[in-house]
Design a protein around this ligand. Sequence first.
Ligand SMILES: Cc1cc2nc3c(=O)[nH]c(=O)nc-3n(C[C@H](O)[C@H](O)[C@H](O)COP(=O)(O)OP(=O)(O)OC[C@H]3O[C@@H](n4cnc5c(N)ncnc54)[C@H](O)[C@@H]3O)c2cc1C
Length: 474
Amino acid sequence: MRLAAREGPGRASRESASGGRGGAGGTSGDVTGRHENRNCNLVRVRVSRRRRRAPRPFSRNVLLRRNTAPVRPGRTGTRGYNARMTASNQTFDVAVIGGGLVGKSAALALTQSGLRVALLAQPCAPLPAGAVFDARVYAFSRSSQALFERLRVWQAADASRLTPVYDMRVFGDAAAELHFSAYQASVAQLAWIAESSVVERALDAALHFQPNLAWIDTRAQTLDVKPDAAVIGLANGRTIEADLAIGADGAHSWVRAQIGSTVERRDYRQTGVVANFRAEKPHGETAYQWFREGEIVALLPLPDRHVSLVWSAQTEHADELLKLEPAQLAAEVERVSQSQLGVLECVTPARGFPLSLQTVDRLVAPRVALVGDAAHLIHPLAGQGVNLGLRDVAALVDVVTKKEAFRDLGDIVLLRRYERGRREDIQKLVVATDGLQRLFSLPGTLARAVRNTGMAFVGAQPLLKRWLVASALG
Ligand SMILES: Cc1cc2nc3c(=O)[nH]c(=O)nc-3n(C[C@H](O)[C@H](O)[C@H](O)COP(=O)(O)OP(=O)(O)OC[C@H]3O[C@@H](n4cnc5c(N)ncnc54)[C@H](O)[C@@H]3O)c2cc1C
């Protein structure tokens, strides 16, 4: 899944094992300088020699029986979630490295299917004092909702913070306008909008109750893939072993660098500026998007007349936006949104995230699989990045739970099934998001006429619109 040499405003680059940007200690911080830096409370994991077992037939009953032994209480210094996992538990079926929404979902899905899982992650950070909303807000597609429902996470999330999207209005950079409606598409809603932390908190709560999950609140530092296990060295100097290691460690994936997966990157030279506002007029559960001069402004509905901004702006312009006072930013968003929602009041300070496209040449290696942004990174214009990652999780869990009895979880034959199964979905979104980004970045009146005529054409084709909605629902 390699990108051809790129032209245009973005810069194409390639990175391989030694060139990984993240490194073991790397974080994917935002451009305002905020980085994840929370306390590391470690689940104590004592190392002893691992007795290798023959590959087990994957049977839920067998696994459950194996784990019915009473769990021993945690030892001195043991803290955090599932502190009951103790010295006898340093070997796992799966180790998930990285705990964004994708990694936590993977860990939960795998442990709910009966596997013993280690999750290397931090708990959801509390909102900053006085904050009403999380700065990170996502549009969740039907496929993500389905996964979360299966995991019983959707039901546990604070329903008052989940907003359905019934309509979507997209404005071109001339007169063109597209309207997508859940009613016309005969679906309950086009998407759900939720703050990242609302879902993450529900995930954390569910993970907390999994008896076969060890939550290890530290980072992975070394990965040694041996014939019979993936051996992971932790930042605290300890070691765990697993049949399968899952790299869910984000766009600058350290795991990806360890397996030598080659990355094709195109820097969009844009920054996603995010902030939340209270609007004077009700949004009517409508998501708005404006394409303007190579930039994209989206306002997503939040509860109680609030909206979430994602402004994909040229880097220099984004820097200016990020320097504005909240009232100035609100006025600017009001101007570019043509006062669609009346006067806006900024309720969450703006943050910026550099935007780029990344594809990798392989998602798997013996005993290792990549999911989420570690496996692909796309422009947020379609609001699909995390949805794509959650579909990785669903696919990987499906492959693993349907494995033949004689296969080991880290068997490359098994993992290639996952890779093959994901190729088309990833490629489709890479092409669609990159194509749209390029189309709306082209300067000149001709380009503008072409894209707006195209939008008007799509708008006049109910069947095509239905198909587009069905594709976007995931
Ligand atoms: C402005 C913007 C708006 C977006 N809007 C949407 C949207 O509406 N809908 C949507 O679907 N997507 C959206 N996306 C995309 C979405 O943000 C990402 O796809 C998603 O966050 C990826 O999740 P992840 O769990 O794969 O990675 P991350 O969220 O990056 O999580 C990776 C985790 O791994 C940890 N980690 C890294 N290295 C290690 C290590 N060595 N050991 C242990 N842990 C490690 C990190 O600390 C981090 O917690 C948007 C993106 C941007 C920039």
